[in-house]
Design a protein around this ligand. Structure first.
Ligand SMILES: Nc1nc2c(c(=O)[nH]1)N[C@H]1C(S)=C(S)[C@@H](COP(=O)(O)OP(=O)(O)OC[C@H]3O[C@@H](n4cnc5c(=O)[nH]c(N)nc54)[C@H](O)[C@@H]3O)O[C@H]1N2
Ligand SMILES: Nc1nc2c(c(=O)[nH]1)N[C@H]1C(S)=C(S)[C@@H](COP(=O)(O)OP(=O)(O)OC[C@H]3O[C@@H](n4cnc5c(=O)[nH]c(N)nc54)[C@H](O)[C@@H]3O)O[C@H]1N2
Ligand code: SF4
Ligand SMILES: [Mo]
Length: 726
């Protein structure tokens, strides 16, 4: 037996924690954090430490599967599967045009640097606009709102120098996610403690007393979905008390826009916001003053409010707080985030834009358009099921799980049934793979050379991260990019990346086959720091390569548009509502009195975790966490069943008492449950909150994002008998 310890980094989530991998005879036996790592300092979470269970799972696919005519799967060689897939795709392209071929890249694809760029390049190569990712069901308004408002080219303040954080509906202690860097993984507990010890103040806005909220100086335990009201009130306090940076506003805000904003937020008094949001007016005033006093800091929001009604407005108001308080990097300062993979362009202390936020091709639904080479995911199910020009007939799912994760499960199930060809690249037979014609087995993290494309923007220091493959694949597996490249080879098109096309090796010359590293080199050919330098310095902080902010271009005309007309009008609409849920037709305030809100679980990553016993034990189901007083009032026992019904659909959940949840709120993780549309196994596999969601009711008209959190529902206790025949 040969045992070796190799250095790599975890890719179960985006946080990229460095790990030491103990390998005995090509089997992972142990994962440990790296104590002397300069920014992670030994940190890992339970998912990372349980990674051996992912690799050694007896149910893990290491060979491709093909659907037999009788509906069961059989193993098939990858070459044969790819020949058949390419032939069927060519036929679909010939009959319906390239738009009929779609890809959905999910979270699994995003934790794999070449996956998304190569899949997107494949779509360009075949001329298909039908490229979709989980970004458009995550927080797409982060991008669109920035484009519409204008972008500070040098970016937001450094977390390390922040005097105050305003954290609106994110919880990095569990999710490792925080907008604009800082608490993104890298040992969030120690990091927060250190920064608070240095005097950083923390304001948290969350209907749940989260792991982050417990550390806050002020926790505003808002009613979900009412953040636009709260943020408007905070802006009003800051402007009213003249706590803003008037000089900065004068220079960088488009003339007239501050007046528009001031007028639109005028009705949002602290007292009104207190009533509407269910938090004390004094706390709102204190929070506004705390944020404004800075002088440095960041206001940012996470998935919770970004999936609630009026999410684009919410994002706009969050950024308006940053604008009026001047929470941006200044000339001469060093940007802490690595940004090694960014193009070598200056970062200047100036506004660029605003820009058109939806310049892409037209979707066939709801007047929505694509952006950044992606189409809006909330329309894809209908693009599949609705006949006519442009109908999608084939779908490649690239490290995602639509049946579990997409909003509006009824439409998703119909779409999966309706496809002519469904190819899933996943190491598990997921709820989506249940409908697949082919499931291709991917090489998993430790079997790939890789870099962390997200964390490159979010590390709180210029930290270099790269890994080579530390494990040999055990079966007939392909990295995600290889699937696209192999299909492209068969279709006679080439995959163009920043450094040129992935070379063609027709004839199957194994030695000439490009490696992961070759493809990474092509993707990052225009990066400002050569990838080889990142490789050579993996695990080190390279302050010498930090970006220094340059002075504004003299004649630059970009300015922030804080008073965007549509959002100012929307503020009027919000004020006219008694609850934000009124954007959904069919919502009856007397009936739909509860709000399920999304949350992350430490043990799971979206739909991943149930297959790993050490994680599944922690959360055997996605409990519907509710305040104990609500459960008493409803007559629901702990671990008793409840029927949760939106105006659209219902599910059965397992109620669990949690003091940290605000009354009237259900805190429940998404992407659980079956592929049958029913919940008889809820105690073992959970139930999908996504069934409650209607993508056509109350959606964001800019991004298409559906209301995926803060959904108006009724709640009724039911007995286990309700599970029979559901
Ligand atoms: N109601 C509600 N809905 C939501 C959300 C919410 O908060 N509430 N959140 C939304 C968000 S933010 C997101 S990002 C989406 C998530 O949507 P998805 O990304 O579609 O869902 P995941 O469950 O993360 O799917 C990832 C899949 O990738 C596979 N995988 C893991 N590693 C690899 C790999 O190395 N290679 C390959 N090929 N596959 C791999 C996993 O087995 C898993 O099946 O859900 C969205 N939906
Ligand atoms: N362990 C773990 N880590 C993950 C994931 C996971 O599934 N598990 N998923 C990954 C993915 S895909 C993503 S996108 C990130 C997301 O990262 P985060 O955005 O940090 O996600 P959550 O931890 O769900 O935090 C959302 C918070 O919003 C609150 N909330 C819900 N509705 C509202 C509202 O209307 N207003 C306000 N103010 N708050 C609200 C919830 O109570 C919750 O605390 O996490 C990533 N990391
Ligand atoms: S935080 Fe994410 S990257 Fe770090 S160990 Fe956990 S799952 Fe892995
Ligand atoms: Mo996400």
């Amino acid at each position: 037996m040969e045992t070796v310890v190799k250095r790599s980094f975890c890719r179960i989530c985006h946080a990229a924690c460095p790990v030491d991998v103990t390998i005995t005879d090509n089997t992972v036996v142990k994962i440990q954090g790296v104590d002397d790592d300069p920014i992670f300092q030994g940190y890992t979470c339970i998912k990372g430490r349980k990674m051996p269970e992912q690799f050694n799972d007896p149910g893990r696919l290491i060979n491709p599967l093909r659907r037999r005519p009788d509906g069961t799967f059989e193993e098939v060689a990858s070459g044969e599967a790819l020949d058949e897939i390419a032939e069927r795709l060519q036929k679909i392209i010939d009959e319906h045009g390239p738009r009929a071929v779609a890809t959905y890249t999910g979270t699994g694809g995003y934790q794999n640097a070449p996956s998304h760029p190569v899949a997107q390049a494949f779509h360009r190569a075949i001329g298909s606009i039908s490229y979709y990712t989980s970004v458009t069901i995550d927080q797409p308004m982060k991008r669109t709102a920035a484009l519409r408002l204008g972008v500070w080219e040098a970016g937001p303040d450094n977390f390390n120098d922040a005097d105050v954080l305003l954290a609106i509906g994110y919880n990095p202690m569990v999710s490792s996610f925080a907008p604009f860097g800082g608490l993104q993984g890298t040992d969030p507990f120690q990091t927060l403690r250190r920064r608070q010890g240095e005097g950083m103040k923390l304001v948290v806005v969350d209907p749940r007393r989260t792991e982050l909220a417990r550390q806050a100086d002020i926790h505003l335990q808002v009613k979900p979905g009412e953040d636009p009201t709260l943020l408007a009130a905070m802006l009003r306090i800051i402007l009213d008390e003249e706590l803003h940076d008037a000089e900065f506003v004068d220079r960088w805000v488009e003339p007239g826009h501050l007046d528009e904003l001031t007028a639109a937020i005028e009705p949002y008094t602290p007292e009104y916001a207190a009533e509407r949001c269910g938090v004390p007016a004094d706390d709102i005033v204190a929070a506004a003053r705390m944020f404004a006093s800075g002088p440095r800091g960041i206001a940012g929001n996470g998935t919770g409010p970004s999936m609630a009604p009026h999410a684009s407005l919410m994002e706009h108001l969050t950024q308006c707080l940053n604008v009026v308080c001047n929470r941006f990097m200044r000339e001469g300062e060093r940007i802490a985030a690595a940004g090694f993979f960014q193009p070598d362009k200056p970062k200047r202390a100036q506004v660029i834009g605003p820009f058109d936020a939806s310049p892409g091709p037209e979707s066939r639904f709801r007047g929505l358009r694509g952006i950044d080479g992606e189409m809006p995911c909330t329309t894809l199910a209908q693009e599949i099921t609705t006949p006519g020009d442009g109908q999608v007939r084939a779908l490649i799912v690239n490290g995602g799980n639509p049946v579990a994760a997409w909003p509006d499960q009824a439409k998703t199930l119909a779409a999966m049934e309706d496809l002519e060809l469904l190819v899933v690249i996943d190491h598990r037979v997921t709820q989506t793979a249940d409908f697949a014609d082919y499931v291709l087995a991917p090489r998993l993290s430790l079997e790939r050379a890789d870099v962390p494309p997200f964390m490159d923007r979010w590390f709180r220091e210029p930290y270099a991260c790269y890994t080579e493959a530390v494990l040999d694949p055990a079966g007939d597996q392909l990295n995600d990019w290889e699937v696209y490249w192999e299909i492209a080879e068969r279709l006679g098109v080439s995959i163009g990346l920043a450094g040129g096309p992935i070379p063609s090796v027709t004839g199957g010359d194994v030695d000439a086959r490009p490696s992961d590293d070759d493809v990474l080199d092509l993707i990052y050919a225009k990066a400002r720091i050569p990838l080889d330098e990142v490789r050579a310095n993996a695990g080190s902080v390279l302050w010498e390569h930090a970006i220094t902010v340059q002075e504004a271009t003299e004649k630059y005309q970009g300015r922030f548009h804080v008073g965007l007309r549509d959002h100012m009008e929307e503020l009027g609409e919000v004020f006219a509502q008694s609850t934000s849920a009124e954007v959904m037709t069919g919502c009856d305030p007397d009936v739909h009195t509860f709000r399920p809100t999304s949350r992350r679980l430490t043990s799971h990553l979206n739909s991943v975790g149930g297959e790993m016993p050490g994680l599944n034990r922690k959360n055997p189901t996605n409990y519907a966490y509710m305040h104990p007083d609500d459960m008493v009032e409803l007559g629901v026992d702990d671990e008793g069943l409840v029927e949760i019904a939106s105006p659209y659909a219902s599910l059965i959940g397992v109620a669990k008492a949690a003091e940290d949840v605000r009354r009237g709120v259900i805190s429940m993780a998404h992407s659980w449950g079956s592929s049958t549309g029913t919940d008889e196994k809820v105690r073992d596999i959970g139930a999908p909150t996504n069934r409650l969601i209607d993508v056509e009711n109350g959606y964001c008209t800019i991004t298409g994002q559906a209301i995926q959190s803060s959904i108006p529902v009724s709640v009724e206790p039911v007995t286990d008998a309700a599970l029979i025949g559901v």
